[in-house]
Ligand binder design. Structure first.
Ligand SMILES: [Zn+2]
Length: 248
């Protein structure tokens, strides 16, 4: 669209060229704002947080499973030891070696204690095994969800990167257009434009349409017209913008 305008640039006077510059700068500013506030980037960031928290959750469960498996091994060894102790005592009990009643009573008491311990530990081990099994199922579901979310994240990333690249290309284009345009603008006009750009936060040039400043919608004294047509820099009394007549 701007290329078309460029073809007509030859016929524009200095003030009108400033107006073109203003349009490029406005466009650049709005592209820069868009780049900073891209919805696709916000979506990507929010999804990334979600995925990271899932990764952490999975890690926590895996860590817990590892601990529980360690605990299982330990308790299984304890159970083996109890089983061996029980075997040893029963062998002794039934061998007839021990005849002392008190000693026999003590041994039977120990057997009873060991059996209690054995059944308590067996229950404990079973509980852990059930837990591990449940967590492993959770892990499977979590891994599946994570896979899907990571795929979504990848798509969101691609979308954001695409939009960023498009905006950056547009900004590059504006930059080139600006360079071309400023070559055609005389130094005093360009210098004044830059000074006002700093001072008035980018609001430098406005068109006069039907005797009204388009920048602030306040009417411009009719006497200004001749000065503007004479390519003099005339400023809106209300907003301070340089006034341009497009039809001139
Ligand atoms: Zn104005």
């Amino acid at each position: 669209m701007f290329l078309f305008a460029q073809e007509r640039v030859i016929h524009l006077n200095q003030l009108q060229l400033l107006w073109q510059l203003q349009k490029i700068d406005d466009d650049t500013k709005s592209l820069e704002e868009k780049l900073l506030n891209l919805q696709s980037v916000a979506k990507y960031n929010s999804k990334r947080k979600e995925v990271n928290s899932l990764v952490q959750k999975k890690k926590n469960i895996e860590e817990r499973n590892m601990q529980q498996n360690k605990e299982l091994k330990k308790e299984e060894m304890n159970l083996q030891k109890i089983s061996a102790d029980l075997q040893e005592i029963s062998n002794k009990l039934y061998s007839g070696e021990v005849t002392n009643v008190k000693e026999l009573e003590q041994m039977e008491k120990k057997v009873s204690l060991l059996k209690k311990e054995q059944s308590r530990k067996e229950e404990y081990v079973l509980g852990i095994m059930e837990d591990v099994e449940k967590e492993e199922k959770n892990l499977e579901l979590l891994a599946e969800e994570l896979g899907q979310q990571q795929l979504t994240l990848k798509k969101l990333k691609e979308q954001a990167q695409k939009e960023i690249a498009q905006l950056k290309a547009s900004l590059e284009q504006r930059k080139r257009e600006r360079e071309e345009l400023t070559k055609k603008i005389q130094e005093p006009f360009l210098k004044r434009y830059q000074i006002l750009k700093e001072k008035n936060k980018g609001k430098v040039v406005a068109c006069v349409v039907n005797g009204i400043c388009e920048g602030c919608k306040v009417s411009v004294p009719s006497a200004f017209r001749a000065h503007i047509l004479n390519e003099e820099m005339v400023y809106c009394e209300n907003c301070g913008r340089i006034l341009v007549l497009l039809e001139g």
